[in-house]
Design a protein. Structure first.
Length: 365
């Protein structure tokens, strides 16, 4: 009886609530993309404190800007001396504003969530199951914000790093991606009911793909955090993977210690390993998507599911091409436009996968 009531509630979600959820998905998408831009422009350490209220406004006088610049020089001395040594106040403002926009967008998301939430709650337009899911959304968003500052702190006053810890960057990215995926799934399944009989379908293949997507995004975070694309900017295998294998084989005859993984910046072979894993996972993902679609070909005969499956495969191929272009153009520095498009492509592919699954497992009345 409770299950039937819950299904009825899912079908009766107000259209305004669905639009609100969709706007939230879009805002989280751009927040993750902005995070990628701060990484690619080396902007993440430009704001050296976590002022939730005071940080709403940037410095307003030249004296305040000079003070912020000096704070950056002290707290991120390694990055300043290595990457931005010739940077003046004008260039500092540019990287400051990228990090500022990233934080301001996060605050804006809080307002866009909180004010309509109170309105919908007062109007009793939020069913109980949706309230529980929104509780998870609030938890993930708070966790992403807190861990974002923990990540930034890992690069401040640290003589070994020119940026934040790549491992903490990955955790922050995975939390944000989980928030994006969970909110997208909540929006995508709102107003739908679970299919009672999906015939010969084996959706487990698509869930394996979903897990692999998260692993690939984590490896992408390591690629960004370690600047691993700069190690071997070659494609295809003759110029890239072959040399990566050769380097790893050479390292296998030397001593490998845990300390090398912790202090990874001077280590080429660790970055080579990350790039190799990222490449291999991409091809594994490519194969598994086709296997999943082929195994479930009889269950996705409906024209709508065929379109969603086609969109999924197309988005995967575009994403692989973006990855190839990003690596091959990473000569001394990862190109901003390609790096951002590649990260955005990963989120869009994840969205295409979740949307396919929502229409595969659920049906609209």
């Amino acid at each position: 009886m409770w299950k039937r009531k819950r299904m009825a509630n899912m079908q009766n979600i107000d259209r305004a609530v669905r639009w609100w959820l969709f706007i939230g998905v879009v805002m989280v998408f751009f927040q993750v993309v902005l995070g990628g831009i701060t990484r690619l422009t080396d902007s993440g350490l430009s704001i050296t404190d976590w002022a939730v209220i005071q940080g709403v406004l940037p410095p307003r006088t030249e004296a305040a800007w000079e003070e912020a610049f000096e704070a950056y020089k002290r707290a991120a001395a390694k990055q300043y001396e290595t990457v931005h040594r010739n940077m003046g106040l004008r260039e500092f403002k540019r990287i400051y504003y990228w990090e500022y926009l990233h934080r301001l967008w996060a605050r804006s998301m809080g307002l866009v969530f909180f004010i309509p939430f109170l309105f919908f709650l007062r109007k009793r337009k939020l069913p109980f199951f949706l309230m529980k899911r929104l509780g998870v959304v609030i938890f993930l968003a708070s966790l992403a914000a807190v861990f974002g500052w923990i990540m930034v702190q890992s690069g401040l006053n640290n003589d070994q790093r020119t940026w934040v810890s790549a491992y903490k960057l990955v955790v922050h990215l995975l939390i944000a991606t989980t928030l994006y995926a969970y909110l997208f799934w909540t929006w995508g399944t709102a107003g739908l009911r679970r299919r009672e009989n999906i015939g010969r379908a084996t959706p487990v293949w698509f869930f394996i793909v979903l897990v692999l997507v998260f692993i690939q995004i984590a490896l992408g975070g390591l690629m960004a955090g370690m600047r691993a694309a700069l190690v071997f900017p070659f494609f295809p295998a003759v110029g890239g993977a072959y040399n990566l294998f050769a380097l790893l084989q050479q390292q296998a005859h030397s001593s490998i210690s845990w300390e090398q993984f912790i202090n990874y910046e001077p280590s080429i072979w660790i970055k080579a390993l990350v790039q190799l894993l990222h490449r291999l996972t991409a091809w594994l993902l490519f194969a598994l998507v086709f296997v999943a679609v082929w195994v479930n070909r009889r269950a996705i005969r409906a024209w709508r599911l065929n379109i969603h499956a086609g969109l999924l495969i197309s988005m995967l191929m575009v994403q692989i091409l973006l990855g190839i272009f990003t690596v091959t153009h990473s000569l001394g520095r990862v190109p901003l436009e390609l790096g951002v498009l590649h990260q955005a492509g990963a989120l869009l592919f994840l969205a295409a996968l979740l949307y396919f699954l929502a229409n595969f497992l659920y049906v609209r009345e």
